[in-house]
Design a protein around this ligand. Structure first.
Ligand SMILES: Cc1cc2nc3c(=O)[nH]c(=O)nc-3n(C[C@H](O)[C@H](O)[C@H](O)COP(=O)(O)O)c2cc1C
Length: 506
């Protein structure tokens, strides 16, 4: 077939790449690479991720690409139909089509600020003000190294940071939260000369917490997140251990959950002590990780290392993890046996400036972290979180993965916002679920969200093209957010909170 003739002069390439901001540069790079047949473009950073063909911007095309590559046993975890019987995922997405923009072309100021202030607040911690480089964050994805294709936790963390997007470290991971956080901090792109000073502030990162059945392991996880330098704890309350029920059986979804979900437990000193007490084994031979158990149990590190049985330890880890995930509650009485899994208890642990776990005696931080509760879908739960000391609610139905025929988060957002803002205007209100485009992000802001999480598009891009795919999908989204916002006369995403007439019901 005859190729369309394209000739680009070196001067034109230089001009295209000489854009003032990273998203425009990236956009030009991607287009030029497309025209040049995905060879590296002269004058740009040369590395493997840069020469990946772009991932499709259109979500359905992206979904199709990964669907054809992944085993149904794995895709069964996140399949939009199987993991969301009753159409919860598709109704999350469809809900955004009920809103329309009113363009404002004659606005004289054509600038756009990506930087977005993020405010959280509680009685205990006061107001926390954070600055995100962009108005979006990557929603937390557990098991990211198990999804198939090129998906891998470290690539995910790096691709997200490449795009200047706030990353959420998960609990259910292959590596430890310390290693995943390190991938964010030492990211090559992030410290690329000219883009960001290496001496700049450490990137704003979040840690998503799933509780286990053991309070002292939960404490240890929170203490480790503080030491690793994360800025916010996301406490997920909407996941039972069941993962969506019967429809996933049709796909024989793989529930063996190999050790790719237990990295945080297997790197936790308290876990090995508990594991030895309950199962007579440990899950590591590392003296560093066994010293605490050795002291507590009065056994030598060598004796413990000899009792290393990774399969049995993983089995114990899986049991306490899935046993703990459905225990979250609203108890306020600290003597209740259910209290260790209450929002109030977790808020206190997150806020504490003191050491909350004896397994980490060397005191290296004086940080209390704000707590955002993820999975809030009702005014009642939102009020409860606020009264229990949380700093933000993160409205989400887990991408429609758990409750059949769930109402869409974008629909309940305004009433939740109204209820919590009445008490405290700095209390945070965030959202994810169903965001597939730049327009969806702006609609979420227009409905009252103050920070917006991107879910499946990022995971799918990672499966398709690894780190480069994650970077491309997010940069495409950010580029388009700016484009669309400017067509509506906005200079930032948050400005839409004040201009309520820009987005209207269709
Ligand atoms: C494959 C997959 C894994 C996920 N893992 C987690 C997790 O470990 N913890 C969590 O809080 N949310 C998890 N979520 C939910 C996301 O954080 C987010 O709420 C959801 O993907 C948003 O919906 P959307 O992808 O349809 O936009 C996961 C979602 C998917 C699709």
């Amino acid at each position: 077939m005859k190729k369309f003739p394209v000739s680009i002069s070196p001067t034109e390439i230089r001009q295209q790449l000489n854009q003032t901001d990273s998203y425009s540069r990236r956009f030009a790079e991607t287009c030029l690479r497309g025209l040049l047949g995905f060879r590296d473009v002269p004058g740009t950073l040369s590395n493997r991720e840069n020469v990946f063909p772009p991932v499709p911007w259109e979500f359905e095309k992206l979904r199709q690409r990964i669907h054809d590559k992944i085993s149904p046993h794995i895709y069964g975890w996140y399949d939009e139909a199987a993991s969301a019987a009753g159409g919860s995922t598709s109704s999350n997405v469809a809900a955004f089509s009920r809103y329309r923009f009113v363009p404002r072309y004659l606005h004289p100021d054509k600038t756009f600020r990506y930087a977005t202030p993020v405010t959280l607040s509680s009685r205990e911690l006061g107001v926390t003000r954070l600055a995100s480089p962009t108005p979006i964050f990557a929603s937390p994805y557990g098991s990211a190294s198990l999804y198939g294709g090129l998906s891998d936790e470290i690539s995910l963390a790096q691709g997200v940071t490449d795009a200047d997007v706030v990353h959420s470290l998960g609990t259910l991971t292959r590596y430890s939260l310390e290693a995943d956080r390190q991938a964010v901090v030492t990211n090559r792109y992030y410290f690329r000369p000219g883009l960001r000073a290496p001496s700049g502030p450490a990137p704003f990162t979040m840690f998503q917490l799933y509780l286990t059945e053991e309070d002292d392991i939960n404490r240890s996880l929170i203490e480790r997140a503080k030491r690793a330098g994360v800025s916010v704890i996301l406490f997920t309350i909407d996941a039972g251990a069941g993962h969506g029920g019967a429809p996933m059986m049709d796909l024989a979804a793989d529930f063996t959950y190999c050790s790719g979900i237990a990295g945080n437990l297997l790197h936790d000193p308290v876990f090995h002590e508990k594991c030895y007490r309950r199962r007579g084994c440990v899950g590591t031979r590392s003296p560093k990780l066994l010293t605490y158990a050795s002291r507590r149990l009065g056994l030598s590190v060598k004796k413990l290392a000899d009792a290393c049985d990774p399969a049995a330890a993983f089995d114990y880890g899986r049991t306490i993890q899935f046993g703990g995930m459905g225990r979250q509650n609203s108890v306020r009485n600290s003597r209740s046996p259910a209290y260790p899994w209450s929002v109030e208890h977790i808020a206190r642990l997150a806020h504490s400036r003191k050491n909350i776990s004896p397994a980490h005696p060397a005191f290296t931080h004086r940080r209390g972290l704000p707590l955002a509760v993820k999975g809030v879908m009702s005014v009642e739960d939102a009020r409860h979180c606020q009264d229990s000391g949380a700093d933000a609610v993160y409205v989400s139905n887990h991408g429609g993965r758990f409750v059949f025929n769930s109402i869409a988060p974008i629909e309940v957002l305004p009433e939740i916002r109204k209820a919590v803002k009445k008490k405290d205007r700095n209390f945070g209100v965030w959202l994810d679920s169903g965001i597939r485009s730049a327009a969806d992000v702006l609609i979420a802001y227009a409905r009252g969200a103050e920070f917006v999480g991107i879910g499946r598009p990022v995971i799918y891009a990672c499966v398709d093209k690894g780190r480069g795919g994650v970077r491309q999908i997010l940069q495409g989204l950010l580029y388009t957010i700016r484009d669309q916002a400017r067509l509506c006369g906005l200079q930032s995403a948050t400005e839409i909170h004040a201009k309520t007439d820009i987005v209207r019901p269709a």
